[in-house]
Design a protein around this ligand. Structure first.
Ligand SMILES: Nc1nc2c(ncn2[C@@H]2O[C@H](COP(=O)(O)OP(=O)(O)OP(=O)(O)O)[C@@H](O)[C@H]2O)c(=O)[nH]1
Ligand SMILES: [Mg+2]
Length: 646
């Protein structure tokens, strides 16, 4: 029994017939060759499973893989989730082609710890044994397993088995704990039905725990079901921990709907992809370069798919070098950022290389160079840099984290770093990189500069005009504007936005026309000519009038009434004085100020609009006391915004 020790999984590897399955049977008492065909042919075809308890008490699951090159896709499906490898080399044959190919695959998948079992030791003498040991050591050199212990064993004589287990225990003891992102994924390697139980799937669980009762989704496909029961090493359990071999009994999903390569996950946490961006390392001993658009087979987790490799840099990737590719899959598979993958050539069949998933979005960049730059940013070593790469357009933290393959805790931490250092800027519910923020800011400034040039008389551009140049959601746009105003990069002028230095400018001809108009307005300040008259007789068109109003030279009320500020001030003061004594009607206001009904109506409207007065039936009354009202009047005329609470 496992006690508290985490359950580890070990996979075998090595050339056909070198004694992998026999060794597993000798160690565990379980025959991993469960198919009749395997027993008849004396050869492993598909994955086999067994388990044992180490001397220290920890349980270890074992995945036994076939060595024959025809079944290498099954080998690839088996070694995906393992903690360590048990590389088997027969002492009588030594290092053979699949010994090397399996070593390459292990390296591509990032499996960098394990032990070597030099099997069939009973068949060779000491001298030969020493030679083979040296040959194995040479084959391991320059691989991550260079220092792996080599243990001589014989399943037939049952020798060396205890030493092998001890070495395995040491290696596993040094393995890092399996990550738990709270997002369980079970890449399925087998699906079958059991009488009385129904559908059962097995796999090596990664990234999170599964519980009996959990709702689960099959990806791709989206079928939903529930976990009825869980087992590890034939023992029923309530919770399966990441890193362990798991058999899950499912309700709601038929066995016929399930294939190896599908992934069981919590609903909505995993999406299939048909395009994978990765920096592909082509093996030094590959038979030739990977050319653009080559047909390949992609293996990730227990899944495999045929694909075209779009080479994004140069035209090809030579053996021993690496480059960015987009793998366009014929059928979607479920992978997440950071997953390792292996690429093989279909014919002649060979392992070509591998990489880790940098992108699953399938987005196409305008140029290959842009695609490469984006992939490079998105696979940066630090979480903050990867997250930053996802703020290339406004995204929420959740969206950006998802794209970058970061869990909630990691992305919160990375986000705090980015905002604190100013590398990212928050815009309402989203954020963008500083670079993107700057380009948005520049676009706002350019739009305003253009408006000022085209319409020098106008205070600026309307918020809507500026927004249409940006393609930002309203909330995010409002946050951008607020930030630019706070930073003093743009100014709010009434309802318009302007560059801070912008002052509406009149030509000398316009100034001349304004001088004449001012004289006309001043002649009888409370019975001035209308806007229409000013336009017809003095050439004050609407644009000029708006500019004059924005400068504070005139006050417009409604569309046709124009007054000098002084006239409005005098009218307002007179009305306030009178209202201090009691309500007045329009007629009274007219008599009081020596104006006409036509002019008094808009003037009273102005006082209403600015919160000085209010209509009660036919009367006007003051809202505040006279002193406050006078102050309000002056502010309204000088267009000073009201203080809060007024
Ligand atoms: N003498 C001797 N024979 C062994 C030993 N281990 C395995 N064999 C024999 O080697 C043959 C192949 O063994 P397997 O265990 O099937 O080899 P394998 O590596 O699992 O083969 P594949 O799964 O097909 O790649 C069998 O006939 C075994 O009996 C050993 O320690 N000593
Ligand atoms: Mg075998």
């Amino acid at each position: 029994m496992s006690g508290d020790a985490p359950i580890r999984v070990v996979g075998t590897a090595g050339h056909v017939d070198h004694g992998k399955s026999t060794l597993i049977r000798a160690l565990t008492g379980i025959d991993p060759d469960r198919l009749r065909e395997e027993r008849e042919r004396g050869m492993t075809i598909d994955l086999g499973f067994a388990w044992l308890t180490l001397p220290g008490g920890a349980d270890v699951g074992i995945v036994d893989v076939p060595g024959h090159q025809d079944f290498i896709r099954n080998m690839l499906a088996g070694v995906g989730g393992i903690d360590a490898v048990m590389l088997v080399v027969a002492a009588d044959e030594g290092v053979m082609p699949q010994t090397r190919e399996h070593l390459s695959i292990l390296e591509l998948l990032g499996i960098d710890r394990g032990v070597v079992a030099l099997t069939k030791r009973d068949l060779v003498d000491d001298e030969w044994g020493a030679l083979v040991r040296a040959e194995v050591r040479a084959a391991l050199a320059r691989t991550p397993l260079a220092d792996a212990p080599i243990i001589e064993v014989s399943a037939a004589a049952r020798s060396g088995l205890a030493e092998l287990l001890a070495a395995l225990e040491t290696v596993l003891g040094a393995a890092p704990p399996r990550r738990d992102l709270g997002r369980p994924r079970l890449p399925i390697d087998r699906a079958f039905t059991m009488t009385g139980f129904g559908t059962v799937v097995t796999g090596t669980l990664v990234d999170g725990a599964l519980r009996v009762g959990d709702e689960v989704e099959l990806v791709p496909g989206g079928l939903r079901g529930r976990i009825r029961g869980l087992q590890t090493h034939r023992r029923p359990i309530e919770i399966a921990q990441p890193g362990s071999r798991v058999a899950a009994n499912l309700s709601g999903i038929e066995k016929e709907a399930i294939d190896r390569g599908m992934v069981l996950a919590r609903p909505g946490t995993l999406a299939p992809t048909s395009a994978i961006g990765t920096r592909l390392a082509v093996l030094a001993d590959a038979s030739g370069p990977l050319e653009h658009d080559d047909a390949v087979r992609v293996h990730a987790g227990t899944a495999e798919a045929i694909a075209r490799a779009a080479v994004l840099e140069a035209g090809s990737i030579a053996p021993g070098s690496s480059g960015w590719v987009q793998l366009r899959l014929a059928t979607p598979i479920a992978v997440t950022i950071g997953d390792r993958l292996v690429v093989r050539r279909p014919s002649p069949s060979e392992t070509l290389g591998g990489g880790s998933v940098a992108d699953t979005s399938g987005e196409r960049s305008r140029t290959r160079a842009e695609a490469v730059a984006a992939l490079e940013r998105r696979s940066a070593p630090s979480a903050a840099d990867r997250l930053l790469a996802s703020f290339d357009v406004p995204r929420t933290l959740a969206e950006a984290g998802e794209r970058s393959g970061l869990d909630a805790a990691a992305r919160a931490l990375a986000y705090a770093t980015l905002v604190e250092s100013g590398q990212a800027v928050a815009l309402a519910d989203a954020a963008v990189s500083r670079e993107v923020f700057e380009s948005l800011a520049t676009r706002v400034e350019r739009t305003l500069a253009m408006t000022h040039r085209r319409a020098p008389l106008r205070a600026g551009a309307s918020r809507e005009e500026v927004r249409s140049a940006l393609d930002l959601a309203p909330k995010r746009y409002a946050a951008l504007v607020a930030r630019l105003v706070a930073d003093g990069r743009i100014a709010e002028r009434g309802s318009a936005l302007a560059l801070p230095a912008h002052r509406p400018t009149l030509t000398s001809a316009q100034e001349q026309r304004w001088a004449e108009a001012r004289a006309a307005l001043a002649r009888e300040p409370l019975q001035p000519p209308s806007a229409a008259t000013l336009e017809r007789e003095l050439g004050i068109d609407l644009e000029l009038l708006v500019a004059l109003a924005e400068r504070g030279d005139v006050i417009r009320v409604g569309s046709d009434s124009v007054f000098l500020p002084d006239a409005v001030l005098r009218f307002g003061d007179a009305i306030i004085d009178s209202l201090a004594a009691g309500p007045i009607t329009v007629a009274k206001a007219r008599d009081l100020t020596g104006s006409s009904r036509k002019h008094v109506l808009p003037l009273l409207q102005f006082l209403d609009d600015h919160g000085l007065t209010r209509r009660v039936g036919d009367d006007r009354v003051l809202i505040n006391d006279p002193a406050t009202s006078r102050e309000q009047l002056r502010r309204a005329i000088n267009r000073v915004p009201a203080r809060k609470g007024e």
